[in-house]
Design a protein around this ligand. Sequence first.
Ligand SMILES: C[S@@+](CC[C@H](N)C(=O)[O-])C[C@H]1O[C@@H](n2cnc3c(N)ncnc32)[C@H](O)[C@@H]1O
Length: 385
Amino acid sequence: MSTTINAEAAVKERYASGAQTREAALCCPVQYDPQYLKVIPQEVIERDYGCGDPSQYLRPGETVLDLGSGTGKICFIASQVVGAQGKIIGVDMTDEMLDVARRNAPTVAERVGYANVEFRKGRIQDLGLDLERLDAALRERPITDAASFLKADELAAELRLKHPLVADQSVDVVVSNCVLNLVDSRSKGQLFEEIFRVLRVGGRAVISDIISDEPSPEHLQNDPELWSACISGALTEERFLQAFEKAGFYGVTILKRDVEPWQTVEGIEFRSVTVEAFKGKQGPCFERNQAVVYRGPFKEVLDDDGHRMERGRRYAVCDKTFNLYRKSPYREYFEFVEPREPIALADAKPFDCSRTALRHPKETKGQEYNATTEAASCCTDGGCC
Ligand SMILES: C[S@@+](CC[C@H](N)C(=O)[O-])C[C@H]1O[C@@H](n2cnc3c(N)ncnc32)[C@H](O)[C@@H]1O
């Protein structure tokens, strides 16, 4: 269902004003780590319109993109978590928000001792288009008629190609705090595709947002106040997680889910969740005779590539899946079996990843393997035998 309101205009107007004066109705209580707040000026902290804290899942050295950075609080916290070797890019479409964030960036940089945060103007569903470059070009060649309107459209396409606001595969982690719900329903699919595009292979998204337990009916979706208040644009919990899957992510996980709703409207509960999703399951599959065993506790699991595995059985996997399972979020759920005779990647044959097959132990040990050994010693000092 598409809305009939101009959601983007309602959002821009609300947050232009929220950048200048704190709007209590937009604030959802969040506990940030106080050690990181010390260096952040008060006007940034008080105009906090987040609903979670994705910055706590970041690691030193990472390049991070914050979608809908507002007055910059998450960027300034993230700056300290990733340290001087990391980098933070905040993107927002509202000038008034960018003004507050940019005005405070030098103060934070001076207090932490390095400058690793920058703010860019763009729409998060169109991260290719640098709105400040477009503004500058349109000042020189303003739109006055249909022909100049079409020309501007061409110019935007050229800018996306030659000077993208955020380049393909340039970011380790995309974070966002209470913004995805604000994007117009028609652009939500494109938004998730853009998050996927800018992440490097092996990167991840960590998104805090408001979700609902039931779909919002049309009359709520067409209420600009409720939309801009992070309510009626929220996806249902189920559709929020599916949106990551649809864009090509794997390992989609709920890291935090508030038990209590932030708000309830006409019986529909709106609450904050933080979700993590990984990029990197795409690409060729090679056979290196590796196997994995799902450890449990469930009787069986199904991964994002359609591999269904029963607990305790040994499955053949391609090299890519083997390596994905060795990393977060899968690592702790699997045992890994390497072949006795390793196959170099350069010599590996293609592997058909569309089916799930068991792997006989002889395939990893080698058909000729026939060893008999002494029992391995299990004795330790003062031990059992
Ligand atoms: C609820 S506030 C959250 C701000 C910030 N993340 C925080 O934690 O305080 C939403 C912010 O997202 C920005 N925003 C909303 N929709 C956007 C879009 N489509 N593209 C870029 N920015 C957007 C608004 O301008 C506003 O600054």
